[in-house]
Ligand binder design. Sequence first.
Ligand code: AMP
Ligand code: MG
Length: 401
Amino acid sequence: MRGFGHRRTVDDALAWVDAQSVRGGAETVPLLEAVGRVLADDVTSQYDVPGFDRAMMDGFAVMAADTAGASAYNRVRLAVTGEVLPGTAVVGRVERGQAVRIMTGGPMPAGADAVLPVELAEIDGTSVYVVGEVPPERNVGRRGEDVRVGMRVLNAMRRLRPQDIGLLASIGMSEVSVVRRPHVRIVTTGNELLRYGSRPEGCRIVDSNGPMLVGLVSRDGGAVTDVRIVPDEPSAIRGAMDEEADVLLVTGGSSVGQEDHAPRLVAEHGELAIHGIAMRPSSPAGMGRWGRKLVFLLPGNPVSCLCAYDFFAGRAIRIAAGRDREWPYRRASLPLGRKLVSVVGRVDYARVVVVDGKVEPVAISGASVLSSTTRADGFVIVPADREGFAPGQDVDVFFYE
Ligand code: AMP
Ligand code: MG
């Protein structure tokens, strides 16, 4: 067995990802499926919303001038000439001395410029007595107060929120143009692996990386098209890598040992751009191209797999999906409770917990111990030029949640 002769820097690998990744094209999806997707184009409204002046309260549509000086001691009588309900068009207009009964959301009759709320009205048969003043415009929502014709309501590259979907519906849209999700294929390699749903048995383990990667990819806006386990056989791995995708994630066998076939295959049949990275965990990670596909070789140890995904593959997927390329993790600067040791020359991905506002490294934290990432609140990155951080020093914590 031979080791890596030379490891590339994390920055080199990130630069490669940035240079190779492109945002996907646009596709049209039904409005109800668009939440969380990234808008491909600016959206401009063809409509005023609402398309008419309307009552904002239940009461009477009146001419404000008719209510001038009205009070409980100086009641003003108006003749009730009709009723407007939401969704029905109005006929006729309100003249001086008249009122039309109106419900919230009903269109304002012509002539009326205010709504007298029921609290200021005493009803008596076909008359209404006004017991308080309403100034012009009071309780009236004007046409276009929400959205105007020609207004740009949402900008391209926005990630659609539920309320955005509501707004798009309000301007008459039933489908929307969004950035296409990159199609991602997950190939898990290892003779020892059982498919998820199996029970661990004998000298075999259940694949954790496949299910974990499905979650990571969908979080980052990718569409997983296939997850499969293949044995450590070059022909089987090659067959799986030949299938169509935008991004291929291969886990396991990414190093330079006898059973590490994937890097050799990529070097032979594609382009192995980077292999071996000065980081811990994940140093046996690699990346390159296979036809038009971007390929990421993720180490089999689950923590390494998570880390290499987050550093490199996730970034490529987020770029393709039109998302922010940086980590989707909340970040906070907090003091270290204990020292955090690293080595100059490599980037460390240290799992940490936050106890009483202080950051503590997770004790058992080997690359094979996936539970170190489930017990951790997040992680701290120790840059390559540092030997670590001293207790009391503020560090940036990236929170998994
Ligand atoms: P490898 O990178 O293939 O040399 O695997 C390194 C270690 O990670 C070995 O102990 C494997 O059994 C383990 N491993 C590989 N793939 C997976 C996986 N998909 N899920 C859980 N553990 C794995
Ligand atoms: Mg293996």
